[in-house]
Write a protein that binds this ligand. Structure first.
Ligand SMILES: *Cc1c(COP(=O)(O)O)cnc(C)c1O
Length: 400
């Protein structure tokens, strides 16, 4: 500020200005309010709809065993944990979840974070430093990107699932850097395709690189009984860090990592998000325990999810819709222009189907889509109802 200037800066005017700018561009999030639980038929903004955009793939958030286990844990141990894990906030329940999860996934050890985001933001920056490099798939999730931003390491990006390019970058990095970390989504959240983790591990090992997979959309979904991406490829324990979440198919909340005991010992002593933030309430840990138990003892949920997924994809494709490269219960219905995707989403809502559009800049300009997420709680009638509306509106809007 120059001398003699009396004008003070307006300290918070940007709040309104930036918000108004978002609204003008139609980039602002309009919150939709659920008046029910996240159920296959939900009431959203006062209207009953078929839920087609929840991550609650297996409908476990409504499973009586999870609810009961949450209630029991709250009654017995209280509403909160009282501390961070490292001080006085580690309860026996937390330890039980980690043991049960590691056993379920067939991996030596596991660690629970408050959220998946907290796991990425807390662990990635500890794995690499100044002399090191992180190599990322170009379509990695925002929480990985933020974790990477917290490091002092150099960065390199390879084309989506392009193993040739990954190998070229590794070859080059091998000479220049101390540690190398290859990091990727497991199931990619916009397209529903799967990282070739077996090849990524093989190539990375050749060059002495660590591997880290964010399997948020794969945990509880892919692999036998939903054991995740390591089990899907039969390489349990070979990925240095398998990271995932309890907030999606597991129906609760919480980030997880699984790997060696060395990894876990390192992670909880170093991750600042873990050390400096309160641990899960007992009800959350109780529900997590029950979720793993349900996956172990009730294989019908994962099976139903996949049966629904296969039927839905097949029918959409036979109607002429482009569902991209999806191999999982995330099925994008690619429509092209952003405005068309928004219009289709609005009309679907009017017809009783809740599925949100994903538009530029989240995806390429001509690849706007409705991202559908399948749910094990939907019936054949629900799917037929949905498909019929997609077909009708697809024709009306000139998509098929
Ligand atoms: C949802 C998601 C996360 C965040 O998980 P939370 O437990 O909800 O914080 C991280 N990575 C990917 C790929 C995700 O899809």
């Amino acid at each position: 500020m120059g001398e003699g200037l009396i004008m003070k800066r307006n300290s918070n005017a940007f709040l309104k200005e930036e918000y108004d700018e978002l609204v003008k561009k139609n980039f602002n999030w309009k919150l939709r309010i659920l008046e029910t639980g996240s159920t296959p038929h939900s009431v959203v903004d006062g209207k009953e709809v078929i839920m087609l955009c929840s991550n609650n793939y297996l409908n476990l958030s409504n499973h009586p065993r999870l609810i009961q286990s949450a209630i029991n844990a709250a009654k017995k141990f209280g509403a909160g944990s009282g501390s961070v894990r490292a001080i006085a906030g580690t309860m026996k329940l937390h330890m039980e979840v980690e043991e049960k999860l590691a056993k379920f996934k067939g991996i030596e050890s596991s660690l629970i974070y408050q959220t998946g985001f907290a796991a990425n933001a807390g662990l990635i920056p500890q794995l690499v430093g100044k002399e090191d490099v992180i190599i990322s798939d170009e379509l990695n999730h925002g929480s990985i990107i933020d974790g990477v931003r917290l490091t002092k390491a150099d960065r390199a990006v390879y084309k989506h699932r392009d193993m040739g390019e990954l190998e070229n970058i590794l070859k080059d990095a091998d000479k220049k850097y101390n540690r190398i970390l290859v990091i990727t989504d497991g199931v990619f959240s916009m397209d529903g395709d799967i990282a070739p983790m077996d090849k990524i591990v093989e190539i990375s090992r050749e060059y002495g690189a660590m591997t880290y997979v964010d399997d948020a959309h794969g945990e509880g979904v892919i692999g036998p009984d939903g054991r995740g991406i390591g089990a899907h490829f039969g390489i349990e324990g070979k990925i240095d860090v398998e990271m995932g979440t309890f907030s999606k198919a597991y129906g609760v909340v919480g980030g997880l990592i699984a790997g060696s005991q060395d990894l876990v010992n390192f992670a909880y002593n170093k991750s600042r998000t873990w050390l400096l933030s309160g641990s899960h309430p007992p009800s959350v840990a109780g529900a997590q325990l029950a979720a793993i138990d349900v996956l172990e003892t009730e294989p019908e949920h994962v099976k139903k999810l996949w049966d629904n997924t296969k039927y839905f994809k097949k029918e959409l494709n036979s109607m002429g819709f482009d569902t991209g490269e999806s191999e999982t219960p995330i099925t994008p219905v690619i429509v092209g222009e952003s405005s068309k995707a928004k219009e289709l989403s609005n009309r679907l809502y009017d017809e009783g189907i809740f599925a949100l559009p994903i538009v530029f800049p989240m995806v390429a300009k001509d690849k706007a889509r409705i991202r559908t997420m399948m749910n094990a709680g939907l019936t054949k009638e629900d799917l037929d109802f949905t498909l019929e509306r997609f077909e009708k509106l697809g024709k009306k809007l000139g998509i098929i």
